[in-house]
Design a protein around this ligand. Structure first.
Ligand code: NAD
Length: 480
């Protein structure tokens, strides 16, 4: 059985503890590889290696750093199929999805930041004849990057790429639930010529490795994507240490569909925004609000399309939904479906676990589920489920739907469907959310700021925002 290794100081090494954790294939529920059960000793070695590598990496000509990152992106692209298969086995997502979205996006992340860093510029503020200020941006040192399981390589590289491109060394931890592509990345980083110690990847559990990264006094900045509760724990440790923190957390995103929408596009895209990646994308819309005059028509068309979605073997192109990432997560989702029924919801389609025949019978599958008849403020409509479960309900006025949409503690993304330009702007402005899509969903330009408000996080990633996060500003004032 394959044993994943840590990447420390340019070497693939076993964990100091010598022990490993089981890694499951969610498609069949079987253990298929082993993950290092690392702890603070491995993190310590990684920090030491990163600190040693920092002086040379941080002053290396940015063109040279950029070339190494571009080489890494090219190597991932060359190995795209291998990475896509590994991602799907590890996470349960359909292979067509990792092949078309996850891995290409990891390639873009490195390419984007390798080139973006070349265009970072310093500012100058003249005080006329009196003085001149110039402001420099320097890398912060060793950056901690912690990522979740839903878009494993996509989100792992979304942090690592800007950290490295701006001259930092990195100690990174992928999710223990989906470690495989981070391991493949470690191998390729050596091949790409990344100097030893610049990128270190320590595998293991959140409360051991993650906590050791967050609490390490020589890691002054932590970029985290994951659950809101974990974000809270991280803040509790890192805030009193005055660390820079970027927190990308949970969501409970509204889809608002007005009667004047482009109906067919709204239905098709809402199917996608509800159930892509088994609904395990922080940007998925999980609460669908439809203007009453088209509610019945929308509901019938939507449910009909959802019923046609096939669930099963992630390796088969015909399946639109693959497996849920883990057994505990599947159980959590099923418990929310039961809660929704207790709260008075009616299941319009789905609602059940899927048990394929044969080799995949122990896999973790759930039907795409649509629930109607719930109040906007019940638990099902307030708490993040993070699975293939959406609720649908009618609304009468703009004011009412804004109350519903803004009622949760989250504020990550929202989608609005209307052909009415003024209303689109007005509603977008009133939504408590870091991202609003009008008549589309998940259309991403990597230059735009990405992040949430309220319990969905603190700070922004993307574009220059991330490069700014991973650098420290210094103003120098010269009296003339
Ligand atoms: P999680 O919070 O359980 O884990 C995320 C990472 O943090 C993992 O690597 C985990 O090992 C680590 N971790 C766990 N406990 C830790 C601790 N005490 N200290 C330091 N690190 C710790 O989240 P998850 O279940 O992997 O991911 C799902 C969540 O991520 C959902 O809530 C989803 O909305 C959110 N998410 C947010 C975004 C975004 O951009 N806002 C993107 C993707 C996922």
């Amino acid at each position: 059985m394959q044993h994943i290794q840590n990447l420390i100081n340019g070497q693939l090494v076993p964990p100091v503890s010598g022990t490993y954790i089981d890694n499951y294939n969610p498609a069949n529920g079987k253990v298929y590889s082993k993950i290092p059960d690392s702890d603070e000793r491995d993190v310590e070695a990684a920090v030491e290696a990163a600190r040693k590598a920092f002086p040379a990496w941080s002053v290396m000509a940015k063109e040279k750093r950029s070339a190494i990152l571009i080489k890494l992106s090219e190597l991932i692209e060359k190995n795209l199929e291998r990475f896509a298969i590994a991602e799907s086995i590890d996470n349960g997502k359909p292979l067509w999805l990792s092949r078309s979205v996850d891995i290409p996006r990891a390639v873009s992340n490195f390419h984007f930041y390798a080139t973006a860093a070349l265009h970072l510029h310093d500012e100058s503020h003249s005080m006329g004849a009196l003085a001149i200020n110039y402001t420099t941006r320097t890398p912060i040192g060793v950056a901690g990057c912690i990522s979740p399981w839903n878009l494993p390589l996509y989100l792992f590289t979304w942090k690592i790429a800007p950290a490295l491109a701006s001259g930092n060394c990195v100690v990174a931890k992928p999710s223990e639930i989906t470690p495989m592509t981070a391991y493949l990345l470690a191998e390729l980083s050596i091949e790409a010529g990344m100097p030893a110690g610049v990128l270190n990847i320590v595998h293991g559990l959140g409360h051991k490795v993650g906590k050791a990264i967050v609490s390490h006094p020589l890691i002054p900045a932590v970029s985290f994507t994951g659950g809101t509760k974990t974000g809270e724990e991280i803040s509790r440790i890192a805030a009193p240490m005055f660390k820079k923190l970027s927190l990308e957390l949970g969501g409970k995103n509204p889809n608002i569909i007005f009667a004047d929408c482009d109906f067919d596009k709204a239905v098709q895209t809402t199917v996608r925004s509800s159930f892509s990646n088994q609904g395990e994308i922080c940007l998925c819309g999980s609460r669908i609000f439809v203007e009453r005059s088209i509610y019945d028509k929308f509901k019938v068309a939507f449910v009909e399309q959802v019923k046609a979605l096939k669930v099963g073997d992630p390796m088969k192109d015909e399946n639109w939904l693959g497996a849920i990432v883990s057994k505990p997560h599947m159980e959590k989702i099923l418990s929310y479906i039961a809660l929704a029924q207790k709260e008075g919801g009616t299941i319009l389609t789905g609602g059940k676990q899927v048990k394929p025949e044969g080799e995949l019978s122990e896999g973790y599958y759930i039907q795409p589920t649509v629930i109607e008849g719930l109040a906007y403020d019940c638990r099902t409509n307030q708490e993040e489920i993070f699975g293939p479960v959406v609720t649908i309900q009618p609304f009468d006025t703009e004011e009412e739907v804004l109350t519903y949409a803004n009622s949760t503690t989250y504020g990550l993304a929202a989608t609005v469907w209307t052909q009415h330009l003024t209303r689109a702007h007005r509603v977008a402005a009133s939504l408590h959310s870091g991202i609003v899509w009008i008549n589309t969903w998940l259309l991403r330009d990597l230059r735009t700021p990405f992040g949430g408000v309220k319990n969905s996080g603190v700070g922004r990633e993307g574009g220059f925002e991330a490069l700014k996060f991973f650098t420290e500003e210094k103003n120098i004032c010269i009296k003339l």
